[in-house]
Design a protein around this ligand. Structure first.
Ligand code: DGY
Length: 325
C-alpha cells in the first residue's frame, strides 16, 4: 500500500520532518521563503496532509484544490492565514500549536516593554555611533516600569503570562476580555475593566488578541487619543489589530510615548513612517523564535498529522470535523 503524502511549505526543524518521514512520504519546499502560490496550489492537489506556516495563505481556493487532504496543521498558534470554515466544509481538520510558545512570546513582549521604556535600542545606536561622551543626568531618560499599571487586552494564555511577569515588577494589573475570568483575577490580583478604562489608566498596554473581523484596527486614532501621553503600546499579536498609519501619527504627535512592535499591518512590509521614529522598537515577528519553542511547535504540528492520518483525533484542533478513515 502506498504511503500517505505530506507537504511542508518550508524547511522546519529536522526532528519534526524525521517523525513525519517514519510514517509518510514527505515533501518539503526546499527554499527558506514563503512558497509561491502556484507551487502551493499544485502541491496540495494530491496530499493527505499540509503542514503550513502563519505566512502561508491557505484560502478557499487552495483548500478547494486539496481534494484528498484530511488535515491542515498550522505551525503557529494564530491561524488567521487559514480559511477554517472552508476547511470545515470539506471535512478537513485544522490544528494549531497552542501552549508551547506562550513563555517565549511573553518574554519577547517584556523585552519590547523594557526596551521601549528604557530606550535600550536608542542607547545602543548612540553608543555604537560614538556619541557617548559622558554620563549625564539627562541622557536618554526613559520611564520607570516598577509599580506602574499594565493593561492586557486579550488575557488568554499569552496575555496571562505577560501579566504574571508584571507581578515581578510590582505592577498593578488591568485586563480586558469579552468575559471576566475570576481565576485570573484571583491568581494575579488583576482587575477586569472595559477597554476604554484600560486605555485611559494603563502605563503599558499589551495586545494579545487573535486577528478577526472584530479585532481588525481595534487600536486607532480614537484609542490613541484615549491613552496617556506617557503610555507605551506593545503588540506581539497581529499587525492589523492596530491601524499602523494612526500609530505613526500618534507616535509623532506624542499622543503616546512609545511602541514596541513585533508584528505589522502589511508584514513583512513596515510602514516607512515607523522606521524613521526613535520612539518605536521594531522586531521581526520573533515572538516564538526560541530553539525550544520552535522545536515544540514543529513537533506539535507533526504529531497532529500523525494522529489524524493514523485515524486518531487531532491533538489541538481549531475546528470540529468527523475524522475521515
Ligand atoms: C503564532 O504562532 O501565531 C505566532 O505569531 C508566530 O509564532
Amino acid at each position: 500500500m502506498s504511503r500517505e503524502k505530506v507537504y511542508i511549505t518550508r524547511p522546519i526543524q529536522n526532528e519534526a520532518i524525521s517523525l513525519l518521514k517514519e510514517h509518510f512520504d514527505v515533501t518539503v519546499s526546499p527554499e527558506d521563503r514563503v512558497v509561491d502560490r502556484d507551487v502551493l496550489m499544485d502541491a496540495v492537489e494530491d496530499v493527505d496532509a499540509l503542514l503550513c506556516l502563519i505566512n502561508d495563505t491557505v484560502d478557499r481556493e487552495v483548500i478547494g484544490r486539496a481534494k484528498r487532504a484530511r488535515i491542515i496543521a498550522n505551525y503557529g498558534v494564530g491561524y488567521n492565514n487559514i480559511d477554517v470554515p472552508a476547511a470545515t466544509e470539506r471535512g478537513i481538520v485544522v490544528t494549531n500549536t497552542p501552549g508551547v510558545l506562550t513563555d517565549a512570546t511573553a518574554d519577547l513582549a517584556w523585552g519590547l516593554l523594557l526596551a521601549t521604556a528604557r530606550r535600550i535600542v536608542e542607547s545602543d545606536k548612540y553608543t555604537r555611533a560614538g556619541r557617548y561622551e559622558s554620563w549625564s543626568p539627562n541622557l536618554l531618560l526613559g520611564r520607570s516600569v516598577a509599580g506602574k499599571t499594565l493593561g492586557i487586552i486579550g488575557a488568554g494564555r499569552i496575555g496571562r503570562a505577560v501579566a504574571r511577569r508584571g507581578l515581578g515588577f510590582d505592577m498593578k494589573l488591568l485586563y480586558h476580555n469579552r468575559r471576566r475570568d475570576e481565576g485570573l483575577e484571583k491568581e494575579l490580583n488583576a482587575r477586569w475593566v472595559d477597554r476604554e478604562t484600560l486605555l485611559k489608566e494603563s502605563d503599558f498596554v499589551s495586545l494579545h488578541v487573535p486577528l478577526t473581523d472584530e479585532t481588525w484596527h481595534m487600536i486607532g486614532r480614537r484609542e490613541f487619543e484615549t491613552m496617556k501621553d506617557t503610555a507605551v503600546l506593545i503588540n506581539t499579536s497581529r499587525g492589523p489589530v492596530v491601524d499602523e498609519k494612526a500609530m505613526v501619527d500618534a507616535l509623532r504627535e506624542g499622543l503616546i510615548w512609545a511602541a514596541g512592535l513585533d508584528v505589522y499591518e502589511r508584514e513583512p512590509a513596515v510602514e516607512e513612517g515607523l522606521k524613521a521614529l526613535d520612539n518605536v522598537v521594531l522586531a521581526s515577528h520573533i515572538g516564538s523564535a526560541t530553539i525550544e519553542a520552535r522545536t515544540r511547535m514543529a513537533m506539535m504540528a507533526a504529531e497532529n498529522i500523525v494522529s489524524v492520518l493514523k485515524g486518531g483525533k487531532p491533538l489541538t484542533p481549531v475546528n470540529e470535523v468527523p475524522v475521515k478513515e
